[in-house]
Design a protein around this ligand. Structure first.
Ligand SMILES: Nc1nc2c(c(=O)[nH]1)N[C@H]1C(S)=C(S)[C@@H](COP(=O)(O)OP(=O)(O)OC[C@H]3O[C@@H](n4cnc5c(=O)[nH]c(N)nc54)[C@H](O)[C@@H]3O)O[C@H]1N2
Ligand SMILES: Nc1nc2c(c(=O)[nH]1)N[C@H]1C(S)=C(S)[C@@H](COP(=O)(O)OP(=O)(O)OC[C@H]3O[C@@H](n4cnc5c(=O)[nH]c(N)nc54)[C@H](O)[C@@H]3O)O[C@H]1N2
Ligand code: SF4
Ligand SMILES: [Mo]
Length: 735
């Protein structure tokens, strides 16, 4: 059989690594990285190498599904499904108004930018603002903190231009969570060769922690004391950038006073980090001329997302670690327009308290969007404005949203639940319709996702003007009835006689993108080429140029060099170091006791990612299951001894909310007293569960109603107090 090699981009996560796929006939036989790629240098992971095979997986839906009254699903022609859904939505809107229709954009909805943009255009045409995303159950502080602190327009240095970096509760070598660039292990090695220093704080000795110059194995849920302690040392030892603080910030004095209670003793008692280690981390961080701080899901989920990210930004600011006048901007933009590179900030903007209020828990719009953790309440609370229809774009609420029990009740209460998903998921099982989509390697795509994430933190996005287009390399399976995800919303709009106005993805700020929005001729569905032209309308490099120059391999485009400009003399914006809400929260934490009272739950369950799995996606891949098809409950050997358990044993993990069955994995990497588990596993409540085959839902242990953030609604999803006890038997049974 003839062998052909095709080049494409992986989209099993947001990192968009180049893949070379060998085909024997129609079957992908081998997948590897492209060593000659000028930025990724051949990097791939097992999820990416399995990605082409997933397109042909027997579990994949080849037709859309409609739920029968008995709960089972039958195949339905996509044309019919779309017209039935359009009718049901029109009926719901006629009876209850547009607000009764909501949309949830999950990780794969966000990665397929066309679906998110067309979906949002349809919601706007319908008149509903009820758009939710995974950001508010992920790292909401990434959006709220820059609002409270002010965004530095020049941005942060990339890894290549920094001397020092701090990672707190994030492990980008595995997660690609940003900061260390694409091919993070290589980028880190190169930086270390020229003397770059790394500080890592995590209760788990992660892949990044192994590379750290200073590693702090902190207690989970204590990042506020840790960060406040670091800031206090830097201020007390006068290691901060006095000129920058004087020139560019406001209310430094408030910060000085607010961190004063975070003495070395206080920090040691709360975080388990000695004063010597705290000081060496603070001194090392402040010694750099340019640096970055990245916080990940750990600290954002452990109770104080806004404050930890705010302190992370403040730490960078007092050290003057942002890019300064004359510094070169690594990536002036290829598919995304970068804002002006000015050494200044417009100052803080509201992080909440604007836009559309929710009906529940006094929550509303925030800089991170609407609070997803409160969406079940919006569905379950009777009265005007109740949400009755939900569209899920490449997400899986049943295995992702906190408080699985409440989410289950909400999903069952909907008049219409539609998800677009290539497989029958836990959420799909409860859906009235599951729309079966084409997959990324069957349609063309550019490297827009990895470029889009640039706003999320220091070192995120591409460090250089890299771009790539990938043509489809696999045919849609023969006999399948699939649609490109975005067609669903476009065709519902057609059926409802709505005119769409589609914003491009080339502007991160929708206000700036407005001028490039396109109102297509609704009498027909745009072609693939047309929709990408709409997405890239106004982009620095056009779709035609991208295709012409970068179809086989990624290219570093020859873009004019961009340097940070001085701000005008009369500029008034300042970085806010003393936001009053954040200062009040610092005072609250300073009054918290270090140890939980006796009788409290003995362990803290922390979140983590597994190398071989991405959230709840593609868990059936035999290669990705090689090590674990489930989500092990990692604990320290001392804890295993105390609980009389060994690797492979079953335990009950009980929180105040519920209990799940976990499979023990003993590891030296964890801090004692901590149990570490990935999310996205298990089944719906009440279904037959086998912990050794499907794992368990950590979301079931979470309550959305206690210990939640008063602005973004995110409840405690890491550092959850739990108890663990050994159980006998195979652990299979009703969840
Ligand atoms: N307890 C706990 N809960 C958590 C977290 C945690 O750490 N702990 N993490 C949170 C975080 S960070 C996030 S982002 C959310 C994730 O929240 P979600 O995005 O809701 O969940 P995923 O599991 O990523 O769902 C992805 C879905 O996309 C489908 N899919 C895969 N490929 C494609 C495709 O090409 N097209 C389409 N249409 N669908 C596709 C998959 O089958 C899967 O059903 O979960 C959050 N929940
Ligand atoms: N392989 C793989 N990659 C992924 C994903 C995946 O499921 N698998 N998911 C993707 C998604 S949706 C996201 S949002 C990103 C997330 O990316 P990251 O945030 O980098 O996720 P993790 O690798 O879990 O790193 C979080 C770390 O926080 C630590 N931690 C937990 N609680 C605390 C705490 O209270 N304080 C501190 N300091 N640390 C704590 C955990 O031990 C863990 O090492 O990863 C993405 N990439
Ligand atoms: S890191 Fe993400 S994009 Fe890269 S190969 Fe793995 S799954 Fe694919
Ligand atoms: Mo996430």
């Amino acid at each position: 059989m003839t062998k052909t090699i095709k080049s494409t981009i992986c989209r099993a996560c947001h990192a968009q690594c180049p893949l070379l796929v060998e085909f024997e006939g129609a079957m992908p036989s081998k997948v590897y990285g492209d060593k000659d790629d000028p930025l990724y240098f051949g990097y791939t992971c097992i999820k990416g190498r399995e990605f082409p095979a997933m397109h042909l997986a027997p579990e994949r839906l080849l037709a859309s599904q409609k739920r029968r009254p008995d709960g089972a699903h039958d195949a339905i022609a996509s044309d019919l499904a779309i017209s039935e859904i359009a009718d049901r939505v029109s009926h719901i809107v006629a009876q209850h108004g547009p607000r009764s229709v909501a949309m949830y954009i999950g990780t794969n909805g966000a990665c397929d930018v066309r679906t998110a943009q067309v979906g949002m255009a349809w919601m706007a045409a319908l008149g509903s603002r009820m758009i939710f995303t995974s950001i508010t159950i992920d790292q909401p502080g990434k959006m709220t903190a820059p609002a409270l602190h002010g965004t530095w327009l020049a941005g942060a240095p990339t890894l290549a231009h920094a001397d020092v970096w701090m990672l707190i509760g994030t492990n980008p070598i595995i997660s690609m969570n940003g900061g260390l660039q694409v091919n993070p292990a290589r980028a880190l090695k190169k930086a270390k060769e020229r003397g770059f220093k790394l500080i890592v704080a995590d209760p788990r000795r992660t892949e990044c922690a192994r590379e750290a110059d200073v590693y702090l194995q902190c207690k989970p849920g204590q990042d506020v004391p840790l960060l406040a302690g670091l800031i206090r040392v830097i201020i007390e030892e006068e290691l901060y950038d006095k000129a920058f603080v004087a020139r560019e910030t406001a209310n430094f004095q408030r910060l000085i006073e607010a961190v004063a209670p975070y003495t070395a003793e206080f920090v040691a008692a709360h975080t388990g980090i000695s004063s010597a280690d705290l000081e060496s981390a603070a001194r090392l961080y402040a010694s750099g001329r340019r640096g970055g701080v990245n916080l990940g899901t750990g600290p954002n989920m452990a109770g104080r997302a806004n404050l930890v990210e705010y302190l992370g930004k403040s730490l960078m600011t007092i050290c003057g670690h942002w890019l300064q006048e004359g510094d070169e901007i690594g990536n002036p933009g290829v598919l995304i327009n970068r804002g002006p590179a000015i050494a200044g900030t417009p100052g803080p903007v509201p992080a909440w308290g604007f836009g559309m209020p929710l009906r529940v828990k006094d929550l509303g719009e925030t800089a991170a969007g609407l609070p997803t953790a409160a969406l079940p309440d919006e569905i379950l609370t009777e009265g005007e404005g109740k949400i009755r229809a939900l569209f899920v774009l490449g997400g899986n609420p049943m295995l992702a949203w906190p408080d699985q029990i409440k989410t289950h009740a909400a999903m069952k209460a909907l008049d219409l639940l539609v998800c677009i998903d290539p497989v029958m998921t836990a959420t799909g099982e409860l859906s009235h319709y599951v729309i079966a989509p084409t997959l990324p390697l069957e349609t063309g795509q550019p490297t827009i996702v990895q470029e889009m994430v640039q706003g999320a933190g220091s070192g995120w996005g591409y460090p250089v003007p890299y771009g790539r287009w990938a043509d489809p390399i696999m045919p849609v399976p023969a006999g399948a009835d699939l649609i490109d995800d975005w067609h669903l919303f476009y065709r519902i709009a057609q059926a409802q006689k709505l005119q769409l106005n589609i914003l491009p993805a080339s502007y991160l700020n929708p206000m700036l993108g407005r001028d490039y929005a396109v109102s297509p001729d609704m009498s027909r569905v745009p072609s693939d080429d047309e929709i990408w032209r709409i997405m890239l309308n106004g982009s620095p490099v056009s779709l035609s140029e991208l295709r012409a120059k970068a179809s086989d391999r990624g290219v570093i485009f020859d873009r004019p060099i961009m340097r940070v400009e001085a701000r005008p003399e009369d500029w008034t914006g300042r970085l806010e170091l003393g936001d009053l809400t954040m200062m009040a929260e610092l005072a609250l934490v300073a009054a918290e006791p270090a140890e939980p009272s006796p009788g409290d739950f003995a362990f803290r369950l922390v979140s983590r990612r597994l190398n071989d799995m991405h959230n709840s996606s593609w868990h059936f891949s035999p290669k990705q299951r090689r090590r674990w098809g489930y989500n092990p409950a990692f604990i320290h050997p001392d804890d295993a001894m105390r609980l009389s358990v060994k690797t492979g044993d079953l335990v009950e993990i009980r929180s105040r909310r519920a209990a799940i069955t976990g499979v023990i994995e003993v590891t030296n990497d964890l801090r004692p007293g901590v149990v570490s588990m990935a999310h996205g596993f298990g089944k719906n409540p009440g279904e037959h569960e086998d912990p050794r085959s499907n794992g368990a839902s950590t979301g079931r242990l979470i309550s959305a109603d206690v210990d939640y953030d008063p602005y973004t609604g995110i409840p405690r999803m890491s550092a959850i107090p739990v108890n663990i006890r050994r159980i006998e038997g195979d652990g299979a049974g009703k969840g």
